[in-house]
Design a protein around this ligand. Structure first.
Ligand SMILES: NC(=O)c1ccc[n+]([C@@H]2O[C@H](COP(=O)([O-])OP(=O)(O)OC[C@H]3O[C@@H](n4cnc5c(N)ncnc54)[C@H](O)[C@@H]3O)[C@@H](O)[C@H]2O)c1
Length: 283
């Protein structure tokens, strides 16, 4: 496990990664651009630790010690002595590339640079550095303290040693890893959910079955915890359309061609739970 970890971005994912890493014993420096964002991240971590304590899954002393291992800063230089840096800022390639280029000139030669991107090719991020062999994808899932999966993504030049170090880090904080050996758009998880949502939306669009019945079929027929259309509403139809469009553009594989209904829903603002309506009405 990394002795010293730097997490760039104190949002939903960055604060979660910092939280589980500190709980596992790492010293963590959490960096964001504003004090307000850092305060929000630290508050979220504190609240989550408190929940684990109230459920008897963590002692109050353990929570206090873990919290004390997390330092917050707006200064990227604080990442200079990290063994591993995990970036979890907005899903924007230019922002990520700029951070990786800066980190490249800042950290030690042997430091691993990881990105929590859900869809941007690791190779594109790694190309902003002079050490693409030391750049890797560590795709955690939300909420990080509860979700057991970490998708490890090998960029075109990621070395075996870097992949092994990323695995050691992710397993050290209690996650189970799957390895994406080729840096394909959408990795494994986003490709799978996109393919399922696209087909479910096509069945719904063409009147083959109702949204409820499509979801029930997946839940009771395959044991899925949630049907694909309910998942689309939860994640955001806009987010899934964007991801699917991106996979389709890169792969030219027809099975990822988003059905028209998803585009119309997004244009109409019916993007799921956050807008009050998606494939289902939401109060
Ligand atoms: N939300 C999810 O369910 C989820 C799941 C898996 C992966 N991801 C990926 O994780 C990453 C972060 O997502 P999120 O949901 O935590 O986003 P978020 O919007 O909650 O947080 C992003 C944070 O990055 C900060 N930031 C922006 N520019 C920065 C910079 N230059 N330096 C430091 N901090 C900066 C912002 O202030 C913000 O606090 C994205 O790449 C996203 O695709 C998200």
């Amino acid at each position: 496990m990394a002795k010293k970890l730097a997490v760039i971005g104190a949002g939903l994912m960055g604060s979660g990664i910092a939280q589980v890493s500190a709980q596992a014993g790492s010293d963590v420096v959490l960096r964001d651009v504003t004090d307000a964002a850092l305060a929000r991240g630290k508050d979220a971590i504190e609240a989550s630790y408190a929940k684990f304590v109230s459920k008897g899954k963590l002692t109050a002393e353990g929570a206090e010690q873990a919290l004390a291992r997390i330092a917050t800063t707006t200064d990227l230089d604080a990442a200079a002595d990290a063994d591993i840096v995990v970036e979890a800022v907005f899903e924007k390639i230019e922002v990520k590339r700029e951070i990786f280029a800066t980190l490249d000139g800042l950290v030690r030669d042997e430091t691993i640079l990881a990105s929590n991107t859900s869809a941007i090719p690791i190779t594109k991020i790694a190309a902003a550095t002079s050490r693409p062999e030391r750049v890797v994808g560590t795709h955690f899932f939300s909420p990080v303290p509860l979700m057991a999966l970490c998708e490890l993504v090998r960029g075109y030049k990621t070395s075996d040693e870097t992949l092994a170090a990323a695995r050691e880090f992710a397993e050290g904080i209690g996650k189970t890893c799957v390895v994406v050996n080729r840096d394909v758009a959408g990795f494994v998880t986003t490709r799978l959910i996109s393919a399922l949502v696209v087909e479910a939306a096509k069945l719904y669009e063409s009147g083959v079955a109702s949204a409820e019945d499509i979801d029930i079929a997946c839940k009771l027929g395959f044991g899925h915890a949630m049907g694909p259309l309910a998942t689309a509403d939860l994640t955001g139809v806009d987010i899934l359309l964007h991801a699917t469009d991106n996979i389709y553009t890169e792969s030219q594989d027809e099975k990822f061609a988003p059905p028209e209904i998803m585009r119309r829903m997004v244009e109409a603002g019916d993007i799921g739970r956050k807008s009050g309506r998606g494939f289902y009405p939401h109060d």
